[in-house]
Design a protein around this ligand. Structure first.
Ligand code: FAD
Length: 548
């Protein structure tokens, strides 16, 4: 593993001052192990050096004082929640800096049930939110991502995250009602309607000019959010998940997922495209084999007919279908499919406030699936597999399968793409990943009633195998190229992906963005190395090319 430069670039008197600000040596560290932990993440990206110091402020005044000091001394600040963004966005650059971890700022500042929002600090996690919904706020729900419980709800929203309710509401920034931010000069700014009513109601951004945009998608490069107001969504009395197994993934993404969305019967639609071996850590070994066989039959047309005929009979027998498929499987297939072959499982959730409405939605969905020749499996049909299957949907989830696969490395290029091109995108990305002998894992979602689509190719990898890491880099570049080619844009973009994006795009956008950054953060202390990755020469070259 590459050794990072451990030299500390910050003067001892500044570190002393930081310690005074955060209120004691237990909230600051220059230990090499601690700095090292904050200078790595699970991706293939490597920082050129260690961060200089890690601080844990407790409140907005401390954040302000740190930012003022850093701005005066021109020291970079790397805002940090859990470092789990998968874009290398909290890794230090050559300039080192102060990593500001928000674990002590984890409070719920305000709950407004009537106006359906909460105001939280940046360290407030999805685990915290789940606990709140399980206890105090049982009438609400939120769009939960597949990210681990220790990740930040606010940061996810600021990064345009995607989650369980994306099919209804789009990316998570749509839930932001307003922000309190510390600007790069240390001043506080209130942004949103609460700025006008002086903090009484944090209920929205309209009709004011939307200055939250100065901080959304900016990866901590324009300021630090210290309070984030997030919309809560009513939780219907009935919420039931179904697994849907379409025969042909490409046909699903190209055609009928769009018709499924038009039915407006699903509160959640999420698509996992992965080989059964990725289910390791979630399901017992023999179950994985069974799933592999089942999916294999389904992908072979002649077997699908057989399965669909047998399935209703199996559901009536004691033990439920999976138990019987397991028993019958030796008769149905002589061999397992290749262990790298991805299959598609779609999770669809119906929500309704009463049984009558639920039944109507369920009937509509069932009829539709029959027409599509797809298998729709209610949770009870999973039999002994039910708890394992449901745990995947009981977000936030740990998803150990991703990490356990091959040495702990996990990376991806996620993107939002035009809904009309997602089928082509998944076919091309799968080929790139498989040609490089890597495991293809796709997570896809229709967004905001099918106005756009998530296309995310996850690549688990062995983080100590340099040769594999090189293949991973090549795969990611290939996938990013496809995304840009089909009209998509990568999200939470890593610096290398930002470069590819700006090089593909109209340079006027980059120039305007850079002007905003220069105006807000003239000393470029906020999370350097992110987004603003083109040199002046590169900008000029691109301008000349575009003018010719
Ligand atoms: C296994 C796994 C699955 C995941 N699945 C999903 C998924 O399904 N959907 C999804 O959307 N995401 C997913 N993620 C990504 C990630 O967990 C979320 O986007 C997350 O909430 C942000 O990561 P974090 O909380 O660790 O923040 P960090 O990585 O610490 O920070 C993210 C960014 O925000 C900046 N930042 C930190 N604090 C502040 C602040 N106070 N103000 C301004 N900027 C700040 C940081 O500098 C950085 O640029 C997944 C991650 C993992 C590991």
């Amino acid at each position: 593993m590459q050794k990072l430069n451990p030299e500390i670039l910050i003067r001892a008197d500044i570190i002393q001052r930081l310690e005074e600000i955060v209120g004691g040596e237990q909230f600051i560290s220059t230990d090499i192990e601690v700095r090292s932990n904050y200078s790595r993440d699970m991706t293939e990206q490597v920082a050129p050096r260690l961060t200089d110091v890690v601080v844990l402020p407790d409140n907005v005044s401390q954040v302000q004082a740190i930012v003022k000091l850093a701005n005066q001394e021109k020291i970079p600040i790397i805002p940090y929640a859990a470092g789990a963004n998968i874009g290398g966005l909290t890794l230090p650059t050559e300039r080192g800096g102060i990593t500001m971890d928000f674990k002590r700022m984890r409070e719920v500042v305000k709950i407004d049930r009537e106006n359906k929002y909460i105001v939280v600090e940046p360290g407030f996690t999805f685990g915290d939110l789940k606990r709140l919904f399980d206890t105090e706020l049982t009438e609400f729900r939120y769009s939960f991502p597949f990210s681990p419980p220790y990740t930040s709800v606010g940061c996810n929203a600021l990064l345009h995250g995607l989650g369980s309710l994306s099919v209804l509401y789009g990316s998570a920034d749509n839930f932001i009602n307003g922000l309190e931010v510390v600007l790069p000069n240390g001043e506080i700014a209130q942004v949103g309607n609460h700025a006008i009513n002086r903090g009484e109601y944090w209920y929205g951004r309209a009709p004011l000019p939307d200055l939250c945009g100065l901080f959304i998608g900016m990866q901590g490069t324009t300021g630090i959010a210290t309070k984030i107001s997030l919309q809560l969504i009513d939780r219907p009395k009935i919420l039931e998940h179904f697994a849907i197994l379409p025969k042909d993934p490409i046909d699903f993404f190209t055609h009928w997922v769009h018709d499924l969305d038009k039915l407006h019967v699903c509160d959640e639609i999420g698509c996992g495209f992965f080989p059964p071996k990725v289910a390791g850590g979630l399901l017992p070994e023999d179950m994985i084999e069974l799933m592999a066989k089942l999916m294999y039959y389904l992908s072979q047309k002649k077997h699908t007919k057989l399965m669909k005929k047998i399935w209703p009979l199996l559901t009536k027998l004691p033990g439920k279908p999976f138990w019987w498929v397991k028993k019958l499987s030796p008769l149905l297939a002589r061999e397992l499919p290749p262990d790298n072959m991805p299959f598609l499982i779609v999770g669809a959730t119906i929500g309704a406030d009463n049984k009558k409405l639920f039944k109507a939605k369920y009937k509509t969905l069932k009829k539709f699936m029959k027409k599509q020749d797809a298998l729709m499996i209610p949770p009870d049909d999973f039999g002994e597999l039910k708890p394992a299957m449901m745990s995947i949907l009981d977000l936030p989830a740990q998803l150990p399968a991703f990490y356990d696969l091959s040495g702990g490395g996990l990376t991806w290029v996620g993107s939002y793409v035009p809904a009309s091109r997602v089928g082509e995108g998944i076919a091309r990305c799968k080929k790139i990943v498989m040609d490089l002998d890597l495991t293809p894992v796709g997570v896809l979602r229709p967004m905001k009633a099918d106005h756009y689509f998530v296309l995310r190719f996850i690549v688990p990898f062995n983080s100590i195998d340099q040769e594999e890491i090189e293949r991973v880099r090549e795969a990611l570049k290939g996938v990013c190229g496809v995304i840009l080619d089909i009209g998509g844009v990568p999200y939470k973009m890593a610096p290398w992906a930002a470069k590819m994006t700006w090089e593909k795009g109209d340079i006027s956008f980059y120039k305007l963005l850079k002007r905003v950054k220069d105006m807000m953060d003239p000393n470029h202390i906020m999370n350097p190395g992110r987004l603003f990755v083109l040199s002046e020469e590169e900008v000029k070259k691109k301008e000349t090319e575009e003018n010719n």
